[in-house]
Design a binder for this molecule. Structure first.
Ligand code: CP
Ligand code: NVA
Length: 329
């Protein structure tokens, strides 16, 4: 979000703000979970709690606001939650399918930003390259929200830790074992968990280790919060985990290879692996899932699985995020 005021944001109504108002976030854009301070996260979770308890609360709060979605990759959860959710708050959402033509191909990213800021109040984008999001945010005066890039999936991690908080009553001190490819979801979980005082361990083969810079950043955050962030190839790290998390072995846009799948085979989450975690450990997955690959059906469809709670909470957390970004004072 650049500094020049947008016509759209200065003319939007204020009369429908939730009673008591919403706190302004310390960031104008959410490209990474690390853009959010712990105060921001607390505020978003608290508003999301209100929405999860009553999804019609704050009805009309985003009346006459317009949100533009630019998606280069397919989506079920992110697309539906960013369309249905803001519509429940009164906003109008437009979806642009960029699967055939990437953002910046028909005209420069700069011009996307400079046009969209004149009409819309926020941009939600799913991109191959994280750089595209950074450029959009540099040039647009309205908030830009990362709906998944090759580097991070912040809305997912926010929903995931919100889900754990609602279910287990706390996040600080929790042990989350992420098993598999050290991808965008893994990065956001490491960073957010570290900021919130949780202990997140990424477990997978060497070739699938998370980005070293992300890990270092998570470790710096963990040092301040009392949490932890680490990566290992050792499956013993699952022992005693409160939550076991799996994601696809091959992310959208990543190179699919026999050798990648072979390297990850030993990291399939099955009942024996879940038995190494705490007796009441939950199983998590951002979805879409591939039963028989990263997780067995008995685990993802079993009693420990909270994957559909995670999916539902995407909507509450994203609505809360948008409400704070657009209405925060
Ligand atoms: N978890 C998630 O982001 O799902 P979609 O790819 O369906 O949006
Ligand atoms: N890591 C996965 C997440 C999908 C929601 C991907 O990027 O494809």
């Amino acid at each position: 979000m650049s500094n020049s005021p947008s016509d759209a944001s200065t003319t939007a109504p204020t009369a429908t703000r939730p009673k008591g108002g919403l706190g302004r976030l310390s960031t104008g854009d959410v490209l990474s979970v690390a853009d959010l301070s712990t105060g921001d996260i607390d505020a978003v979770f608290s508003t999301a709690d209100t929405l999860a308890d009553d999804r019609w609360s704050f009805g009309g709060a985003l009346d006459r606001r317009s949100i533009v979605m630019l998606f280069e990759k397919p989506s079920l959860r992110t697309r539906v939650t960013f369309e249905v959710g803001p519509a429940r708050l009164g906003a109008h959402v437009m979806y642009f399918d960029h699967s055939k033509q990437r953002i910046g191909e028909r005209e420069p990213v700069l011009d996307y930003a400079k046009n969209l800021e004149r009409w819309a109040d926020a941009i939600v984008a799913r991109t191959y390259s994280h750089r595209t999001l950074v450029e959009l945010a540099e040039h647009a005066s309205v908030p830009v929200v990362n709906a998944l890039s090759d580097l991070e999936h912040p809305c997912q991690a926010l929903a995931d830790f919100f889900t754990l908080r609602r279910r287990l009553g706390r996040v600080a001190g929790l042990r989350l074992a992420y098993v598999g490819d050290g991808n965008n979801v893994c990065h956001s979980l490491l960073l957010l968990g570290a900021a919130l005082g949780a202990h997140v361990t990424a477990i997978g083969p060497d070739r699938c280790a998370p980005d070293a810079r992300v890990l270092e950043r998570a470790q710096r955050l963990a040092a301040a919060s009392g949490g932890g962030a680490c990566a290992t190839t050792d499956l013993d790290a699952i022992d005693g985990a409160d939550a076991v998390y799996a994601d696809t072995w091959v992310s959208m846009g990543a190179h699919d290879s026999e050798s990648q799948r072979a390297a990850l085979e030993a990291y399939q989450v099955d009942a024996a692996m879940m038995a190494r975690a705490t007796s009441d450990a939950v199983f998590m997955h951002c979805l879409p899932a591939h039963r028989g690959e990263e997780v067995t059906p008995e685990v993802i469809d079993g009693p420990a699985s909270i994957v559909y709670d995670q999916a539902e909470n995407r909507m509450h957390v994203q609505n809360a995020l948008l409400a704070h970004l657009l209405l925060g004072t």
